[in-house]
Design a protein around this ligand. Structure first.
Ligand code: 3PG
Length: 307
């Protein structure tokens, strides 16, 4: 009977599926992560989300590990080089949470435009600011504005469909995709940055994409453009984003992710009024989490059949 450990919170359905397929399941999603290297040696498989880092001590001690399941898309928390060398299979659920992430990015488009976050915060803290806020929160419509996608895969395309339905134009750049049925694809990232009112990032964090959006890219954007990051913190140079916000070159930075999570209390982005934040919840909906959990279990079971 293969032994599997689940180290990040998943939908409980995952337990039922694994047990009915003959796995002995240890639900350890509350275990302190630093304790995992001590017990991982007993397990044939592990299912994680982004919080468990499958690298270093954990992998060194994982002497029986055959399969890593990632309930989600990003694999940047897994040392793929080592797993590959050791013949450990890694499986993920690339499409399970597409819609959830796209809906969060859409929320960022709308929230930054009308700034309901600031309205809520100010008026709760000082109900007397209601009239001042009414004057200050005078915005534009999103209809007729241009969304620029950097990365036009599943999530970018899903966001494009939603934004087009709301009357926006959608342009995009993707190093691997030159045609997309709903996005007007451009030949370079610069072509997107210079023409978009909203720029949304939908690509993985890799050596090539680290700090891909820095000072030069922000300076190419239209003055006051909104940058949305529901992908990975490290793709954006946070200092450059902060400088862009201070100068007004960047209108808003809306982010679900930070280079270091949780962000340090002195991260200047936390203290800028034009930063809208969510705590890495892009994939975290009832529906997305259910699909990711079920698909991760299914993919791990398939991987064992192929061993
Ligand atoms: C992903 O890569 O799937 C998302 O960033 C979600 O990560 P999470 O499973 O830790 O919420």
């Amino acid at each position: 009977m293969p032994k599997i450990i689940l180290t990040d919170k998943l939908n409980e359905k995952v337990i039922e599926i694994l047990e009915s397929n003959g796995f002995e399941v240890n639900v350890a999603w509350d275990i302190p992560k630093e304790d995992l290297p001590k017990i991982i040696g007993e397990y044939d498989a592990i299912i994680v989300r982004s919080a468990t880092k499958v690298r270093g001590d954990l992998l060194e001690n994982a002497i029986n590990l055959k399969v890593v399941g990632r309930a989600g898309v990003g694999l940047d928390n897994i040392d793929l080089e080592t797993t590959m060398k050791r013949g450990i299979r890694v499986v993920n659920t690339p499409a399970a949470t597409t819609n959830s992430v796209a809906e969060l990015a859409l929320t960022m488009v709308l929230a930054s435009t009308r700034d309901v976050v600031k309205g809520t915060y100010e008026i709760k803290n000082n109900p007397g600011s209601f009239k001042t806020m009414k004057k200050e929160l005078f915005s534009r419509e999103i209809t007729g504005k241009t969304l620029g996608l950097i990365g036009a895969g599943r999530i970018g395309t899903s966001l494009a469909v939603k934004c087009k339905a709301l009357g926006m134009e959608v342009i995009g750049y993707d190093a691997f995709v030159s045609e997309n049925p709903v996005v007007e694809m451009k030949l370079s990232m610069g072509d997107v940055l210079k023409d978009a009112d909203y720029i949304s990032l939908h690509l993985p964090l890799t050596k090539e994409t680290k700090h891909m959006i820095g000072k030069d890219q922000i300076n190419l954007m239209k003055k006051g453009a909104v940058l949305i990051n529901c992908a990975r913190g490290g793709i954006v140079d946070e200092d450059a984003a902060h400088d862009g916000l201070k100068s007004g070159q960047l209108g808003y930075y809306c982010t679900d992710v930070f280079e270091v999570e949780p962000p340090a209390p002195d991260n200047p982005l936390l203290h800028h009024e034009h930063v809208i934040i969510s705590p890495h919840i892009g994939a975290q909906t009832m529906e997305g989490s259910y699909r990711a959990s079920v698909q991760a279990a299914e993919r791990v079971i398939e991987a064992f059949k192929e061993l």
